[in-house]
Write a protein that binds this ligand. Structure first.
Ligand SMILES: Cc1cc2nc3c(=O)[nH]c(=O)nc-3n(C[C@H](O)[C@H](O)[C@H](O)COP(=O)(O)O)c2cc1C
Length: 210
């Protein structure tokens, strides 16, 4: 039996149809599904997913794994939901991340999700030489974002959004990343519409050729 390939769409905007980011992502997905008609699109809408809290107990699992040991007993049981999120991520063949900028960085639900899934022995490990090694290899990611202001030139250093996403996903082994940015979105209608159109055009091209 042939296993169908799966694109995991991680959604970090609660604004549904009003979301500029998701409007661009829709164009990407329309193009992607045309050229990948046999793929499954798996929507992981972080506002509607249950993301378990990182409590004292669940966070201690990270340290068990960092120590090179396996989870055991009630700790293992309490990690079932975390492991499901990790497996769902790790077994995807392609990642689409839709995340607007919030307060110079990523929306909190995406940070929560990243804190849950980026776990030793699952998404990364340390080699015997003490180097870190990402365990999600040979997979592509497209990050789509929109932001109210503009973060080029003199304001580039205020962007804790795309550099962070590239760093954390690069850390787990995903380095083949395309980024589509629509900005500025909140500095006038005309420029918003123009930049949205530009981003949609790029999303369509990248989606088709992905
Ligand atoms: C909670 C919150 C924080 C925001 N923080 C920033 C920010 O730091 N910088 C910025 O340029 N825009 C900021 N914005 C504006 C959004 O990035 C912008 O409107 C974006 O297009 C929203 O994306 P969406 O329509 O996909 O939800 C913020 C918006 C919200 C709701």
């Amino acid at each position: 039996m042939q296993i169908m390939k799966r694109l995991l769409h991680i959604i970090a905007s609660p604004r549904e149809d009003e979301s500029r980011t998701l409007q661009i992502s829709k164009v990407f997905l329309d193009a992607f599904t045309k050229s990948h008609s046999d793929w499954i699109i798996d929507e992981c809408d972080l506002m509607n997913e249950h993301l378990p809290p990182l409590s004292q107990k669940s966070v201690s699992g990270k340290y068990v794994l960092l120590g090179g040991n396996e989870l055991f007993g009630s700790l293992k049981e309490s990690w079932q939901e975390i492991i499901q999120h990790i497996e769902r991520f790790k077994n995807a063949d392609f990642f689409l991340v839709s995340a607007p900028m919030w307060n110079f960085g990523i929306p909190y639900m995406l940070k929560h999700y990243i804190d849950l899934i980026v776990q030793p022995q699952y998404l990364f490990r340390y080699t015997e030489e003490g180097n870190e090694e990402g365990l999600v290899k040979g997979k592509r990611m497209v990050i789509i974002t929109s932001r109210g202001g503009e973060y080029g030139g003199e304001t580039k250093h205020l962007d804790f959004h795309i550099p962070y996403l590239r760093t954390v996903f690069g850390f787990v082994g995903i380095t083949d990343i395309d980024v589509i940015i629509a900005e500025p979105m909140d500095m006038g209608r005309e420029i918003r519409e123009q930049k949205l159109e530009d981003a949609k055009k790029r999303a369509s091209e990248i989606g088709f050729n992905a």
